[in-house]
Write a protein that binds this ligand. Structure first.
Ligand SMILES: *Cc1c(COP(=O)(O)O)cnc(C)c1O
Length: 367
């Protein structure tokens, strides 16, 4: 777009150093386990190719949601194994997986049958998923041993890694954590020969309540941690760094009287003479439209509250208590000064959604 020239000052700065710092922390947490760097959804909005470049020294393989995301990485020249977390949607994808060393998750019978019936020039490595309680994807634990046996016996299959996914790894004391671990352990124990195992996401990696396993044939899958967010309630001993800094300039300032309202629907009404700054970012950029009055914005070294409904291209902020606000000043919507998790909490969502929804019209700048 525009030959890469951007005049618009609204932007997302992505710190390669922060990504590397966080990846090194993930590496340390994973002990002897291998690490799968999860870079689906354009690396949670950070840019898959650039993130892959930044973290490739710290991870053993990449994971994306589906095959198109993996092919983008192959076309950019990355040669690491890439896991397809949703697996294949049609058998036409299987020869492509074989050719490009993409490793599909197999989570239901049709996917399993497609592999057993395929004729591939090269075998594929697959990840067999057990549903231990999330009830979204995966075979019932009782069917895992048979599926594994069939895959092991299949010439088209190079290797099988057993995996499952936790529903509540972010809550240290949730009863389902132990139950899911137990079901996974039991399902895996029924299989032979033994396989590599993978259960931990970021929350499990950071949580003391979940056993990662310590052997090198265990895989931890980490996404959100790479981008600098701790999704658990447990404090992190090492400080993560925000990889994204989303900023927008002040594009207008006005003083309004007590009782005057701001924005569509006049949702917010001034309780005192107020100074309103309009910022050049809106829901078309991925700033959440449902952000309530009071959602924090970082401006001039302090937090100021969003007031009035978010527009497509603009938001309005009460800067009455800020000093010297001028047109052109930069405000941070989230980043090193204002954790995305704090904004997510104010908005009633999670950091994952805010980060991954920053839209393509916001230019990413890498440094
Ligand atoms: C997205 C995803 C992950 C990564 O989760 P984080 O919480 O970002 O670490 C891990 N496993 C699966 C199956 C996923 O879909």
């Amino acid at each position: 777009m525009n030959n890469g020239i951007h005049f618009r000052p609204t932007r997302a700065d992505i710190s390669m150093a922060a990504l590397q710092h966080n990846a090194a922390i993930a590496r340390r947490h994973a002990n002897n386990c291998k690490l799968l760097g999860v870079i689906k959804a354009d690396a949670y909005g950070h840019g898959a190719i650039e993130v892959a470049r930044a973290i490739q020294g710290s991870v053993d393989a990449f994971a994306v949601a589906f095959i198109d995301e993996a092919l983008t990485l192959r076309q950019a020249g990355f040669t690491q194994p890439i896991v397809l977390l949703e697996g294949c949607f049609s058998e036409a994808e299987l020869p492509v997986c074989a050719h490009y060393n993409l490793q599909p998750v197999v989570h239901h019978q049709q996917q399993l049958d497609a592999i057993l019936q395929a004729r591939l020039v090269k075998p594929v490595a697959v990840w067999l998923k057990a549903d231990t309680g999330m009830h979204r994807l995966g075979f019932p634990p009782t069917q895992v041993a048979k599926a594994k046996q069939q895959l092991d016996a299949c010439k088209q299959v190079a290797s099988v890694t057993l995996m499952t996914h936790y529903a509540n790894a972010d809550k240290a004391h949730h009863q389902l954590n132990e139950l899911q671990q137990q079901r996974f352990t039991e399902a895996c124990a029924e299989t032979s020969p033994t396989a590599a195992l993978s259960s931990a996401n970021t929350a499990a990696l950071l949580s003391s309540a979940i056993d990662l396993g310590t052997e090198h044939n265990q895989w931890c899958r980490t996404g959100i941690l790479l981008y600098g967010v701790n999704p658990t309630e447990q404090a992190e001993t090492e400080t993560l760094q925000a990889a994204m800094r989303l900023t927008a300039p002040v594009m207008a300032i006005r003083d309004i009287e007590t009782g005057a309202s701001v924005g569509y629907g006049s949702r917010w009404q001034a309780q005192r003479p107020s100074r309103i700054a309009t910022l050049a970012i809106g829901y078309a950029d991925g700033y959440p439209r449902h952000a309530p009055d009071g959602t924090p914005v970082w401006i001039q070294g302090q937090k100021a509250p969003l007031v009035g409904l978010v527009s497509m291209d603009m938001i309005t902020v009460d800067v009455t208590d800020c000093e010297r606000i001028e047109i052109g000043m930069e405000a941070e919507l989230w980043g090193p000064n204002l954790p995305v998790s704090e904004v997510a909490k104010a908005v009633g969502t999670i950091s994952y959604e805010l980060l991954s929804r920053v839209s393509p019209r916001v230019p990413r700048h890498y440094k």
